[in-house]
Design a protein around this ligand. Sequence first.
Ligand SMILES: Cc1cc2nc3c(=O)[nH]c(=O)nc-3n(C[C@H](O)[C@H](O)[C@H](O)COP(=O)(O)OP(=O)(O)OC[C@H]3O[C@@H](n4cnc5c(N)ncnc54)[C@H](O)[C@@H]3O)c2cc1C
Length: 393
Amino acid sequence: MNYDIAIIGAGTSGLSFAKALEDTGLKTVIIEKQDEAKLANPDYDGREFAITHLSHKILNTLDMWDRIDPNAISLIKNAKVLNGDSDYTLHFSHTEAGEDNLGFMTSNHLIRKAAYEAVKVGHTHMITGTEVTAIETNNTEGTLTLSNGDTITANLIVAADSRFSKTREMMNIETSMLNFKRTCIVCNMDYEGEEQDTAIECFHYGRTLAVLPLTNKRCSLVITIDSDKAKNILDMSPEELANDIEQRIDGYLGKMKLTTKLFSYPLMGVYAQKFYAQRYALIGDTAVGMHPVTAHGFNMGLRGANTLAGEIKTALKQGIDYGSVSVLSQYHQKHRQFTRPLYLGTNALVKLYTNESPPAKFLRHGLLKLGNRLKPAKHIITNLLTETDDKAA
Ligand SMILES: Cc1cc2nc3c(=O)[nH]c(=O)nc-3n(C[C@H](O)[C@H](O)[C@H](O)COP(=O)(O)OP(=O)(O)OC[C@H]3O[C@@H](n4cnc5c(N)ncnc54)[C@H](O)[C@@H]3O)c2cc1C
């Protein structure tokens, strides 16, 4: 089986990349280890994504956004950051950003479903229920061996096979892995208080709690805690957990009720030193796996897929080999330029806001105050959080 481009992994990054190439006429294949039925109807996994304006724009262009039920999309109008036991808040508002909203919220499984449907109506070939078990590349092509015994060759292989990518390892791409030793626990709750459209990030001492607005008086909760303490939360009864959250946010949402099960994700930061090798490129979490506190992983994956597809299209127009090192290194430079500061900045933020020494507590509070007072700093943070600024594209 011979293709122009072979994509490993049908997560949101792999599917978006496949869709972005649709108008090129290239012969593409996507290989996914999950069964097709799971791709068509992905299970709910507790993850509700904060989606930036740029991602919203890309998802629209890729014919994915309109496939998501509008009732399952909520708008974030404002955001507040709280620190420790202080009442002081760093506040971001959509009016300051000059936009109708700061961003959008919807579920990962709905985006995955929409992405699958959008790719399915196109001409990308899908091979599902089959794992890539080996990869080899040379000057002219790459070869994949599949768990069903088949072999695939392609001019370019693009890996979107998760932050724990086996093919990245097989291609000897040096990758820094940062074990945060923290776990994210996510779930949804209903609330009886007034309907809210403000996202709240509480850097409490000992844990971080994000409360994200969903439609119909529902909210998504993201609790980040030391991994060795996660079990204490997972073992709570639904009533105990709801009461605990109510107290932690001072009854802001009124009476709360757990409506989903709890999902837990041990956190690992991943950054590949190079986003390409011979006839091979990395996108999505395979290139950069973010700590979720700044809600950028999916958004970055989408942007990276878009950037690589853009470089390939330019190469095709210029009659250049799109799988060549010169094209892939252009993608690497562009994507690294955007992702590196955000990756390092997010990790520094996590380090500071999980540090409870007296100087760190002082700095944590000081930075929040500075963030509110310094207009340019606030503007930069708003743009980073929302990517409302088109210059980000
Ligand atoms: C708790 C939590 C909250 C988050 N919140 C946000 C948020 O608000 N905003 C945001 O932007 N991001 C968020 N993220 C990050 C986001 O979830 C990820 O960045 C995104 O899902 C990564 O998508 P992907 O397609 O790159 O990888 P994945 O979703 O990991 O997909 C990889 C695919 O490759 C397949 N695969 C793997 N190996 C093989 C193989 N050998 N052969 C074939 N197939 C293979 C897998 O089955 C899978 O389908 C959050 C993450 C967590 C954990």
